[in-house]
Unconditional design. Structure first.
Length: 221
């Protein structure tokens, strides 16, 4: 029996890779997208809803699936306003998790970040950590939190500071081994592969760090 998947953030960097992977996946018969803007990808499997994601809770009647992939996220450079940043990186994933609980969706996979910690002194890590805590409070049966390091790949919009950071991380990757390996930058397609695999096979841990994501992606090839 084919499954229905929901993707939040399908027009983003990682979400777009995930969408391209789920379309040919015969295990999925329908892919529901909730986005602010339309994706350029076309498929008979796609059911697209263009909405204000800050108002996601108003669409609970359409929020029905077997698995939800939450690929929502921004950066402090792109969204310097802390209130808006929190609405994106905390508000949307937590609302999605609450909808999963309400609609009895038992599989929720969400992208967080390496270093997420509700007690962190850093706003970015603190927000991600608080998001993880709130998501887990929904007690969704199969919840998996992906914690990538800096995500590589080319975005459509230009982010000069992020581009510089990525170039530095590429250079640093060559000296990051052993315990430091998880801090190497990661390609968004690796995250997409890992999410696709874990959605079907599960995983031994709820939180999956960047080096583990890479290993899952490699095993999925």
């Amino acid at each position: 029996m084919s499954k229905t998947a929901i993707i939040l953030g399908a027009t983003g960097l990682t979400g777009s890779y995930l969408l391209k992977r789920l379309i040919p996946d015969k295990r999925y018969g329908k892919i529901i997208l909730f986005s602010r803007s339309a994706t350029a990808i076309r498929s008979s499997k796609i059911e697209e809803h263009l909405i204000d994601l800050f108002e996601l809770g108003r669409h609970r009647d359409k929020f029905k699936a077997d698995v939800v992939f939450c690929c929502i996220g921004t950066t402090q450079n792109k969204t310097p306003n802390k209130e808006i940043y929190r609405k994106v990186d905390y508000g949307i994933p937590v609302t999605a998790a609450k909808l999963c609980a309400e609609n009895k969706i038992e599989n929720f996979l969400v992208i967080s970040a390496l270093g997420a910690d509700p007690k962190s002194r850093f706003f970015y890590n603190q927000t991600k950590g608080e998001m993880e805590k709130a998501v887990l409070q929904q007690e969704i049966r199969n919840t998996f939190i992906f914690q990538p390091s800096l995500i590589g790949g080319e975005r459509q919009e230009k982010r000069p500071l992020e581009f510089i950071s990525k170039q530095l991380m590429k250079a640093a990757n060559f000296v990051m081994f052993g315990p430091l390996k998880k801090y190497q930058s990661i390609h968004p397609d690796s995250i997409a592969k890992a999410m696709q695999k874990v959605a079907v096979d599960g995983y031994e841990k709820i939180r999956i760090e960047s080096d583990e994501i890479k290993k899952l992606a490699k095993d999925h090839d």
